[in-house]
Ligand binder design. Structure first.
Ligand SMILES: [Zn+2]
Length: 75
């Protein structure tokens, strides 16, 4: 996973996938194939959220927008 920047709070994080890992676990116990499908779709959705503010405002750290953002906040 690559590091991303949250444009909401300025936090740099790898982000986390939306959805619950607990649901994956429950499905894993109750119905194994469903767990695989759920986990797959959860990760395929691709939307990582900030681990600090839980907003979907993560952008790649090496993007021009992120660099500009960091320049502004680091001064
Ligand atoms: Zn954030």
């Amino acid at each position: 996973m690559t590091m991303k920047l949250c444009t909401q709070c300025g936090h740099t994080t790898e982000g986390k996938h939306k959805g619950s890992f607990a649901i994956t676990l429950i499905l894993l116990i109750v119905f194994f194939p469903a767990a695989l499908i759920y986990d797959h779709t959860r990760q395929k959705a691709g939307k990582s959220i900030c681990t600090k503010c839980n907003k979907e405002s993560l952008i790649p750290l090496d993007s021009p927008v992120a660099k500009k953002f960091l320049e502004q906040t680091n001064t």
